[in-house]
Write a protein that binds this ligand. Sequence first.
Ligand code: IP8
Length: 250
Amino acid sequence: MTVVLKLGGSVITEKDEPETVDRAALSAAAAAIADSAVGDDVVVVHGGGSFGHHHAAEHGVSTTEGTHDAGGVRAIHGAMCRLNAAVVDVLADAGVPAVPVHPFSAAARDASGDLSLPTAQVRTLLDEGFVPVLHGDLVAHADAGATVLSGDELVVELAPAVAADRVGVCSTVPGVLDEGGDVIDRIETFEAVASALGGSDATDVSGGMAGKVRALLALPAPAVVFGPDALPAFLAGESPGTTIAGDDTN
Ligand code: IP8
């Protein structure tokens, strides 16, 4: 079984405190991954939380607005590397064979924004028994300098590349919520939930929950969106929160 697991940046960091890891939340996630990693191939992707977003905002960089300021690039990428090192350390302390993989060193976007992400190293690391840990980062972007590459985009690229059987998105909410604030159990088409999600036709995968759902519907494997408390259940093979299963999963 191959699992791609996204740990939301706001799950593992203190969102309002610049560059502060939420040690308790990260340790709990690491313990859950350590318990389950035996026998499964697991790729971890984490978001930026109070590390990358803080610096990206300061330098006016987003998924579409780039920068040619090398100092800004070093500041944003450096912050993500510090968070990645903290995540890898906590996973290692929990007994997970975690190793860092930095997308900025490998990925590129062309002038129309299409992403190319080499994945042979991730597949090979999995085959060799490691748990690769990637992170939202910056990416070299033709005609724009460097732009933000979100963890969600990485999940969408990686899941088919490693032939993931399951995709988990651990966020601060317990699933995709309907207008009344209740968790939607299962989503098979975007149209069925468009009004609950604000009907956004955003195609940018970092464009909130609507964009996330759209991107996850296009995956060949079912994706599950859940809150931190449900991580052990997800890793045990259950589907807590919201299951997102588009046509291609059948
Ligand atoms: O939190 C953002 O990753 P995300 C990474 O997954 C940076 O959107 C550099 C802000």
